[in-house]
Design a protein around this ligand. Sequence first.
Ligand SMILES: N[C@@H](CCC(=O)N[C@@H](CS)C(=O)NCC(=O)O)C(=O)O
Length: 224
Amino acid sequence: MADQVKLHGNWLSPFSSRVIWALKLKGIPYEYVEENVADKSALLLQYNPVYKKIPVLVHAGKPICESMIILDYIDETWPVNPLLPSDPFHRATARFWIKFIEDKSLVLWGVFMANGEDDREKARKATLEVLQTLEEQAFGDEKFFGGDEINMVDLAYGMLARWMPVIEEVVGVKLLDPDMFPRLHAWAENFRQAAVIRDNLPDHAQMVPLFKIRREQLLQIARK
Ligand SMILES: N[C@@H](CCC(=O)N[C@@H](CS)C(=O)NCC(=O)O)C(=O)O
């Protein structure tokens, strides 16, 4: 079909989930292609020859790569239920915090990838600093970032609501502490409970054993 929408993703990926949530929030029908990131399909390599990563959205045969660029594309192509504020100042603020999480996402995975006690402690402190900045500067007392409705910033930060608790369990360290970060913690709870997110959120219990295996693999590679 001329305007067919296809998503190449992986169910464990927070970047894929961003796109799924955006499509669902806008009610856009799409076909989902589950990719094995350890054995990428020829089609994925053809669609994203530069980074060779999921997610890739294919609309009318044309591939769009990088999750936040895909979200912009979705928002511009299907304006129903806008994902960004219409006011230029609020839109600029939303984009600022989206850039912040894009810049800091490796820090947030630091504890998961850290090798040894010292590295882990350094990574834990770096993560807490990022969370502190978010707690003090980004998240207010509203239900979601933009108020009562989920917007693009919430989707960008979805990793904190599901993947971070999985990292905490796999590594055995508390990061998103409700006493230290009450606003962020409340936001994560609200986000997980929103119907579109709740119905399209990978299962914590299913993720934990797979992330344990992945972490072991990463640690083995680092030891070599
Ligand atoms: N910046 C990218 C990150 C995407 C990404 O890291 N995807 C991972 C899965 S979570 C991937 O495809 N990894 C395969 C690889 O690195 O070879 C985005 O936002 O889309």
